[in-house]
Design a binder for this molecule. Structure first.
Ligand SMILES: NC(=O)c1ccc[n+]([C@@H]2O[C@H](COP(=O)([O-])OP(=O)(O)OC[C@H]3O[C@@H](n4cnc5c(N)ncnc54)[C@H](OP(=O)(O)O)[C@@H]3O)[C@@H](O)[C@H]2O)c1
Length: 246
């Protein structure tokens, strides 16, 4: 049990499945009070229900991270219910990868809007709250794609690299009271792998998912570790990947 997580108020985007849902369940099991955002209300309610059934404290808020006002609502729900927000985990993302020659420009736009603008919308909503409280932590979920570009992940990797860069910039501006953490997972076994990708890319990803992927709980523990540090200690960057990943 991470004692430092007890009572911590954590909002998580993309909490209806995969890494976000696993993080919500992990943190709630350690006593955090979680406020969960995603677009699919039914899937959010399933996660909230599982947490409540284990004695945890969770609510769900239907949000689309591409909309500024939705992030303001998510942060507002945490402050209204708990009087504060300690951590915002910006995890929502889409991995609709494809070769450039396919010209799937709607997917490019969606990856930029969700993976990059979604994180900026989180900063816009939570930073004033954190400044007012003189405490708070941003946890941004990037990817090993922020470190190594692989075909055909150019646009996806660009969004995650941008998140890595802006997170470091935010860290440098945010002291001494705030903490800023980048968590970059490698191949993780979630329903998002291959979702919306071109058929060839989806088939390759599905094979890798079966062969090398780690469970989303591995990423959840890394997030929990970063949050559980004492005040004044910032785990700035974590890369967590399966041992089998090249
Ligand atoms: N799986 C991997 O191998 C891997 C590796 C590195 C990094 N990541 C990153 O990890 C994060 C989570 O992905 P995952 O693997 O857990 O996949 P996932 O199960 O598909 O989860 C993605 C989450 O993001 C939410 N989401 C997508 N677009 C959204 C939007 N516009 N507004 C609000 N929520 C939105 C989805 O919920 P709704 O559809 O209900 O909105 C879902 O809860 C992503 O940022 C991904 O890039 C994953």
């Amino acid at each position: 049990m991470h004692e430092q997580l007890e009572g911590t108020v954590v909002a998580i985007t993309g909490a209806s499945s995969g890494i976000g849902a696993a993080t919500a369940e992990h943190l709630a099991a350690h006593g955090a009070r979680v406020v969960l955002g995603a677009r699919r209300g039914d899937r959010l309610e399933e996660v909230v229900g599982r947490i409540a059934a284990s004695g945890g404290d969770a609510i769900g808020v239907v949000v689309d991270v591409t909309r500024r006002e939705d992030l303001a609502r998510l942060v507002g729900a945490a402050v209204e219910r708990h009087g504060r927000l300690d951590v915002l985990v910006s995890n929502a993302g889409t991995m609709a990868i494809s070769p450039f020659d396919d010209l799937r420009q709607d997917d490019w736009d969606a990856m930029v809007a969700t993976n990059l603008t979604g994180v900026l919308n989180g900063i816009g909503a939570a930073l004033p709250v954190f400044r007012r409280q003189r405490s708070g932590q941003f946890v941004h979920v990037a990817s090993t794609a922020a470190y190594v570009v692989k075909v055909p992940q150019g646009v996806y990797a660009a969004t995650k690299t941008a998140v890595k860069v802006l997170t470091e910039g935010l860290r440098q501006e945010s002291g001494p009271d705030l903490r800023v953490t980048l968590v970059s997972p490698g191949f993780t076994d979630t329903e998002g792998v291959g979702k919306g990708a071109s058929p060839a890319a989806a088939a390759a990803l599905d094979r890798q998912r079966r062969e090398v992927a780690m469970p989303p709980s591995a990423v959840a523990s890394a997030v929990g570790y970063a949050i559980a540090q004492p005040a004044g200690v910032d785990i700035s960057e974590v890369v967590v990947r399966p041992t089998a990943q090249g």
